[in-house]
Write a protein that binds this ligand. Sequence first.
Ligand SMILES: Nc1ncnc2c1ncn2[C@@H]1O[C@H](COP(=O)(O)OP(=O)(O)OP(=O)(O)O)[C@@H](O)[C@H]1O
Ligand SMILES: [Mg+2]
Length: 234
Amino acid sequence: MLAIRMEETEKAVRASSLCKEYQIGDFIIEALIDLDLEIETGKFVSIYGASGAGKTTLLNIIGGLDEPTSGEIVAFGHDLRTYGESFLATFRSAYIGFVFQSYNLVSTLTSFENVAFPLELAGWSGKSVENRAEELLKLVGLCDRSNHFPAQLSGGEQQRVAFARALANDPPLMLVDEPTGNLDIGTGLEIVKILEKLKEREKTVIAATHDRRIMKLADLTLHLKDGRIVDIDE
Ligand SMILES: Nc1ncnc2c1ncn2[C@@H]1O[C@H](COP(=O)(O)OP(=O)(O)OP(=O)(O)O)[C@@H](O)[C@H]1O
Ligand SMILES: [Mg+2]
């Protein structure tokens, strides 16, 4: 497991002059342009902006899932550009909980197994896995769905399992990509409640969202437009 760095008590994320280009043939897409950003630990940050503005790209780079083309990205004191994939995999498992818009649950595993899986990968075993997975399913209000497979769950329930899984190793940073984007207003409320609990627990959260109920939780709101931060609201 990674050593916790001193810096993490202050800054969760620091990006400077961050750029991300995608090249398709001769065509270059500038997804992020010269982006500077600092996020302190314990803050709840929301990011909004039109489709294609760069929200998912930014979350993926912060979480070490994607590499910037240039610039610096430091998360919990780790300069992510200096590391290879094997370190980044360890980094993600120790520091990051991802919640994707499309849930990304393993379809052949039950809710319980989807949550237990990252615990086992992190070296948990036996009864401790069972207790922790049950505790997480309780947190998201799904104890009675632990033996259901994803196809047997509603969209909102699948997203709640995705939160439980992302929280399994108690990561200091949750990266959440449009968590209510595919849900109707009523179903989305359960997700908003989970995010409220995370805020109460002072977990660092970065959420790409247009959901007013989630934006209201934010200490810091970023407006991304065409790959640039055009407004920061504190
Ligand atoms: N793998 C890729 N290859 C090429 N271009 C990409 C790739 N991923 C993203 N892009 C482009 O980068 C830009 C930013 O994409 P991104 O997915 O970050 O936007 P977004 O703000 O998350 O949009 P949405 O609200 O639709 O999810 C877009 O123009 C997109 O087409
Ligand atoms: Mg996106």
